[in-house]
Write a protein that binds this ligand. Structure first.
Ligand SMILES: Nc1ncnc2c1ncn2[C@@H]1O[C@H](COP(=O)(O)OP(=O)(O)OP(=O)(O)O)[C@@H](O)[C@H]1O
Length: 239
């Protein structure tokens, strides 16, 4: 996908907050990108504009051949259902539904028939074959996030957006989730864009985009945990 001169101002006049200032970025298909930056640097705003959850004040957001900024709300909702998967820090599973029901919910909304074989394949990939009939409350945090990843992947989306998907997990579960995101890129050809505060998580990506004060200030194409941590310290993230 391609972002060109994307700006976002919340509010107007003297109270206006420029959350993004002419951000341009090219995110190649089949790659894993991490987005990092200090608190308030515009990470969530960037993710929301790229995923069609929010509209930029100006600029262009191109996904495949589709310009998101010119779509109606109805078309945007359809595009999100058909072409985008989401994984959030807080899992966002429906407590009263089983894992299998949660995972297939996006297909139900999209009016797409559930391919049982594919569902089993996806559940197997995230290691939850034995848990398909369990409810989220019966699962660990890591298992719940793996269910959320299965839900994000089941509709074969072009893009998967993660907003701190490992933020609420212990180290072992976080590593498992990162491995799954990595596999969804390497083996399923998905494109993943993930906000994270964790340099170790960012090091799983192909590229790390650093934001500061609404601008992209650096792009690291061979991220290591140490290198990313140094860059973040330099940006004053942990001052
Ligand atoms: N709905 C809103 N109304 C007004 N200002 C907003 C709104 N959402 C975000 N902002 C402001 O825009 C700027 C960027 O916010 P954003 O949430 O994108 O940053 P972030 O990098 O994701 O931060 P964090 O790491 O703390 O989640 C901040 O100054 C924030 O206060």
């Amino acid at each position: 996908m391609r972002l060109t001169a994307v700006s976002k101002v919340y509010g107007s006049g003297e109270r206006g907050v420029a959350a993004l200032r002419e951000v341009s970025a090219q995110i190649p298909q089949g790659t894993f990108t991490a987005v990092m930056g200090p608190s308030g640097s515009g990470k969530s705003t960037l993710l929301h504009c790229a995923a069609g959850l929010d509209r930029p004040t100006s600029g262009s957001v191109l996904m495949g051949g589709t310009e998101l900024t010119s779509l109606s709300e109805t078309r945007l909702t359809l595009l999100r259902r058909q072409r985008i998967g989401f994984v959030f820090q807080s899992f966002n599973l429906v407590p009263s539904l089983t894992v299998a029901e949660n995972v297939t919910l996006p297909l139900k909304y999209a009016g797409v028939r559930v391919d049982q074989g594919w569902l089993e394949h996806v559940l197997h990939r995230v290691g939850l074959s034995e848990r398909a009939g369990h409810r989220p409350g019966e699962l660990s945090g890591g298992q719940q996030q793996r269910a959320a990843i299965a839900r994000a992947l089941v509709a074969r989306p072009e893009l998967v957006f993660g907003d701190e998907p490992t933020g609420a997990l212990d180290t072992v579960s976080a590593r498992e989730v990162l491995r799954l995101l990595r596999e969804s890129v390497d083996q399923m050809g998905r494109t993943v864009v993930m906000i994270t505060h964790d340099p170790v998580a960012a090091a799983h990506a192909d590229a790390v985009l650093f934001l500061a004060d609404g601008r992209i200030v650096d792009l690291d194409h061979s991220p290591t945990a140490d290198g990313v941590a140094r860059r973040m310290a330099h940006l004053g993230a942990w001052a």
